[in-house]
Ligand binder design. Structure first.
Ligand code: 5RP
Length: 265
């Protein structure tokens, strides 16, 4: 890796432990005012001290995040369809690399829909973004397996993850599944898990622990943090699993303690 690529990569995957807590708040680009993000800045700004990176769209970044903030940004650059479209996530390129550079990002994120009717479109657009981003030393995070119709088992997730890595992703975001070790072992690049739809805090922390145990580099988690009854306590508990070796159970205890104390330091 060239210096710029290496530097940006390590502002996502922390060099101290090879892990990351990416906070995903990019949902508005297809879901609109997602539950928990209606008053975006109010929810997200207090979480910034605990996020290794923030994943979002250019509109959310410009309008809600203070430019004085030093949180590294991973910019969502795919989109084009909404939750109302039956071909949800038949995505194209929505933001140029020139714009990403202007926004001083450390990475860009693009969804590929392996196995969908339109997989070819999403994959060819993804590789265009990879070509352009690599020219400027910007890592591309491939987001895989989003969509209601996919059976998110180890066979499918290994296929989608490996393809993303071979096609040029520097990091792959996918879902946790039974047998996740295989997804990690057969990926050429670090793998992080999405949280998926909101589940009880204890389950989300247990899933995070299982993913880390299976070799994941961390999380790129959204709803299970910002829709938590205490988002600050939850991101701190997730951090404890990813960076401090807590088990799911220990992290849940921490969550409860932090929640009782209000979540803040
Ligand atoms: C869909 C996405 C999401 O917008 C988001 O990043 C997913 O995070 P979570 O499932 O943890 O809410 O990647 O393309």
């Amino acid at each position: 890796m060239d210096w710029g690529m290496k530097n940006r990569f390590h502002r996502i995957i922390r060099p101290e432990d090879g892990r990351t807590v990416m906070l995903a708040v990019d949902h508005g680009y297809f879901l609109g005012p997602t539950t928990g993000l209606e008053r975006f800045a109010e929810t997200v700004v207090p979480l910034l001290p605990y996020a290794d990176t923030l994943m979002l769209t250019r509109g959310a970044l410009r309008n809600y995040i203070p430019p004085e903030s030093d949180v590294p940004i991973v910019l969502r650059v795919s989109g084009g369809t909404s939750i109302l479209n039956k071909n949800l996530l038949h995505e194209g390129i929505i933001t140029s690399i020139e714009e990403a550079i202007r926004l001083n990002v450390v990475g860009v994120a693009f969804s590929i829909l392996v196995g969908a009717e339109f997989e070819r479109d999403t994959i060819l657009n993804f590789t265009k973004v990879v070509d352009e981003a690599e020219r400027y030393g910007i890592p591309v995070v491939a987001v895989t397996a989003v969509g209601r119709d996919m059976v998110k088992d180890v066979k499918y997730l290994s296929l989608a993850t490996r393809m993303a890595g071979e096609l040029g992703a520097r990091i792959v975001k996918t879902y946790f599944c039974e047998g996740f070790e295989k997804v990690v072992e057969t990926s050429p690049v670090p793998v992080v898990i999405a949280g998926g739809k909101k589940i009880p805090e204890k389950e989300a922390l247990t899933m995070t622990y299982s993913a880390i145990e299976a070799g994941a580099a961390g999380v790129d988690m959204g709803r299970n943090i910002f829709q938590s009854e205490n988002p600050v306590a939850m991101i701190r508990a997730v951090r404890a699993v990813v960076h401090e070796g807590y088990t799911g159970e220990e992290a849940y205890q921490l969550f409860e303690e932090l929640k009782a104390g209000g979540g803040e330091e």
